[in-house]
Design a protein around this ligand. Structure first.
Ligand SMILES: [Zn+2]
Ligand SMILES: [Zn+2]
Length: 440
């Protein structure tokens, strides 16, 4: 994957950094590359495989958590994050806490006012450079020991409200830099060039982003400002379903032809009879669960296409294998017309294994792409609508937010049902004394 070498994993801070943006990013790897760097037209499969190659790393994905990471103060610059050499560091803040660093005198003045009750006597006038009024302000701060400048600093994010600078040790050639010295001027010039380059790149990537978004939407083509466009942006269905034919994708969640019996039969049969007439919601929920199992079996076990992305963890693979083997054993016993007791035993064993497998699917740790999870992938496939008011549509389309709600509540109910059943199983297996203890 030499052509795709854009992302670097930082093992100490457990973050993913884009080498081209010199920054962390807010989306999944594949989405980031597709939106920002897809000039080389990486295929969906390439991006998916590249993303999967990071699956083994523990990665912090919460942007707020990443923003708050405080690297050691005298540590070297973090590669490949953008290094700034024009930071202004507040020395009045408690050194035990995160030090405040910014890159403009105006921001430092706001900070001095808000955090240290400094009067705002110097109103920002016309920019006069370091020799103007603002330069005098900085000089006074420096003399009073209120700030240190310029300092080398970095931020995990490069734009918007997520930017938060932290100090790092300056690179060797700039270690002698002091305010007013030639090294300082050089450093400022050096940084200015970087800023201009960064600004140009930002414009370029913004244009690319607009183009990519437009291409992604072309599959379904809702107006870019419509509710549906925002909904699709939120769910990322179009990214996940990519250019796969929707009618073929929808076949992945079909129930097996000619089956009248529920796949999930053992659970809930004792306490709540699944009568489709008197209790349609439960029937609907169980049907959704059946469809989920069909989807997982086809994609993860049979490797049937369309080639939708997913990532199966070790425990999930083991549980899936055990479930499929238990099912095959039961099928063989039925074929050989074995005794009722034996069949009952095998059925119970299959139910339990299937339950443990479903719980392992729900327990999916989401570090990277949300669509690593087969359950999340299933929710996207569920969104494909092939009929409207009972009539088949000319072309399948994706659900709107309003009509999708029943699917979501079914999935929430499935999870509740499975968790409760798993707690009962824990008691049965002597893993817990009573159901509530199973999750304590
Ligand atoms: Zn990037
Ligand atoms: Zn301060």
């Amino acid at each position: 994957m030499a052509a795709l070498d854009l992302i670097e994993y930082h093992p100490v801070f457990q973050v993913l950094i884009c080498k081209a943006c010199k920054s962390c990013f807010q989306t999944s790897i594949s989405r980031h590359i597709r939106l920002k760097h897809n000039k080389a037209r990486y295929t969906y499969r390439m991006l998916r495989d590249y993303e999967a190659s990071f699956c083994r790393y523990p990665v912090i994905t919460s942007r707020d958590q990443i923003r708050e990471i405080q690297p050691p103060r005298s540590g070297p610059p973090i590669k490949p994050l953008q290094l700034r050499l024009d930071g202004i560091l507040c020395l009045l803040c408690d050194p035990l806490h995160q030090p405040y660093i910014c890159r403009t005198i105006r921001s430092m003045r706001d900070h001095m006012h808000a955090a240290h009750q400094h009067p705002k006597q110097d109103r920002p006038g016309r920019a006069r450079g370091w020799k103007g009024r603002q330069g005098l302000t900085l000089e006074r701060w420096l003399q009073n020991g209120a700030v240190s400048a310029p300092v080398a600093c970095q931020s995990f994010f490069s734009g918007g409200s997520l930017v938060r600078y932290f100090p790092v040790s300056a690179p060797r050639s700039d270690q002698q830099a002091r305010p007013g010295s030639t090294a300082d001027t050089e450093a400022a010039g050096f940084d200015l060039r970087f800023q201009v380059e960064a600004a140009l790149k930002e414009i370029e990537t913004e244009e690319a982003e607009g183009g990519a978004a437009a291409r992604g939407m072309s599959m379904l083509a809702p107006a870019p400002t419509s509710e549906q466009a925002r909904w699709l942006q939120l769910t990322e269905w179009t990214r996940f379903l990519d250019d796969h034919p929707l009618d073929q994708v929808a076949r992945l969640i079909d129930l097996p032809v000619g089956t009248t019996q529920r796949i999930v039969s053992g659970w809930t049969s004792g306490s709540q009879p699944a009568d489709p007439v008197s209790d349609p919601p439960l029937a609907y929920i169980l049907e959704s669960l059946d469809r989920l199992l069909c989807f997982v079996y086809r994609r993860a076990w049979k490797k049937m296409g369309p080639d939708l992305h997913f990532c199966l963890w070790g425990a999930q693979s083991t549980a899936l294998t055990e479930t499929v083997f238990a099912a095959e054993e039961l099928a063989a016993a039925v074929r050989h017309k074995e005794g009722q007791e034996r069949l009952k035993g095998l059925q119970k064993s299959l139910d339990d294994k299937c339950l443990v497998f479903c719980i392992s699917l729900l327990d999916h740790p989401l570090y990277g792409d949300i669509y690593d999870s087969l359950v999340v992938g299933f929710t996207a496939v569920l969104a494909i609508r092939e009929t409207h008011e009972g009539k088949p549509l000319k072309r399948p389309r994706l659900s709107e937010a309003v009509s999708y709600t029943p699917h979501l509540s079914a999935i929430v109910k499935i999870s509740q049902l499975l968790v409760a059943e798993r707690a009962l199983l824990a008691v049965e297996r002597d893993e817990a004394d009573y159901p509530a203890q199973a999750y304590s």
